[in-house]
Design a protein around this ligand. Structure first.
Ligand SMILES: Nc1ncnc2c1ncn2[C@@H]1O[C@H](COP(=O)(O)OP(=O)(O)O)[C@@H](O)[C@H]1O
Ligand SMILES: [Mg+2]
Length: 272
């Protein structure tokens, strides 16, 4: 049975789609059977990044019960398989995303990894994608608002019975004021699988003449190398995940901020 991993964040624009595509290709290059699914059923950005926006049968059709999931699986770059979302707003309105779980369960046996590129936040469709996953990978920027938001996503995942397995920090510039990797690990109580630097090559992925993820176009660029390390850690084909160093305390301000989110609401037991 394959591992179904949802890539989630609090805010949009933190790099979920970019990391889903590149992580999927990196895992595929390791010889693994990987399917990436565009679970952002409103925006469908993954198709654009993979340059596959003309795929006729989409997840919309499958969710509407009008097509079989097997007919919505396409060949992507580097041996990757890909399920596009749809572009029609009209079908988006009619979709019942709760069917996602059954659809994903039906293809689990075909792959080593199924990666779900989620929408931002914790709205209904995101909850359906998290519920359909076994594991959740959090994507955040190295700033406290972004980390605070992703913490909410982590708590949501726990309540839905999906295991948060780690964090990828994206847009790292090593500037003053950024939250350091060790502090991110402490705040989220999860290992950091990669610190992906801000990299101009990533932005060029969307340029008209060269739409293709960096893992295909330029796998030696720093962001691609960081994502390859995350892929190796995820698949267990490489070194152990780094754990937080002891004795390095998070600042008082951040401790206060995060203790607010970690407080258990009265009379609400977690589902697990
Ligand atoms: N490490 C990075 N360096 C530079 N640009 C990046 C990086 N990661 C993502 N981007 C760019 O940021 C924008 C948002 O990324 P995207 O993956 O679409 O985010 P999300 O799916 O979380 O909304 C895109 O234009 C993408 O090319
Ligand atoms: Mg996206």
């Amino acid at each position: 049975m394959g591992r179904v991993i949802a890539l989630v964040s609090g805010k949009g624009g933190v790099g979920k789609t970019t990391i889903t595509a590149n992580l999927g290709i990196a895992l595929s290059k390791h010889g693994l059977n990987v399917c990436v699914i565009d679970a952002d059923i409103a925006m469908a950005n993954l198709s654009l990044l993979l340059n596959m926006q003309n795929s006729p049968i989409t997840m919309h059709d499958v969710l509407l019960g009008e097509a079989n999931i097997q007919d919505a699986i396409y060949d992507g770059p580097a041996g990757l398989k890909f399920v596009p979302s749809g572009l029609s707003l009209e079908s988006y309105r009619r979709i019942d995303s709760e069917r996602l779980q059954g659809i994903i369960d039906s293809i689990k046996g075909q792959f080593d990894f199924i990666l779900l590129d989620c929408a931002a936040g914790i709205e209904k469709n995101v909850l359906a994608a998290i519920a359909a996953s076994d594991e959740v990978l959090l994507i955040t920027m190295p700033t406290s608002p972004s980390i605070a938001d992703v913490l909410k996503a982590k708590i949501t995942a726990q309540r839905l019975g999906s295991k948060a397995i780690g964090v990828i920090i994206n847009f790292v510039r090593d500037e003053k004021g950024e939250i350091k990797k060790d502090d991110v690990m402490k705040m989220l109580e999860l290992p950091v699988l990669a610190s992906v630097p801000f990299d101009d090559e990533v932005r060029r992925s969307f340029m008209q003449e060269s739409v293709m993820p960096i893992m295909v176009r330029k796998p030696t660029t720093p962001a691609a190398i960081a994502i390859q390390k995350a892929a190796a850690k995820l698949s267990g084909l490489s070194v152990q995940v780094e754990e937080p160093k002891k004795g390095n305390s998070v600042s008082r301000f951040l401790n206060r901020l995060f203790s607010i989110f970690k407080r258990k609401p009265k009379n609400s037991g977690d589902k697990k």
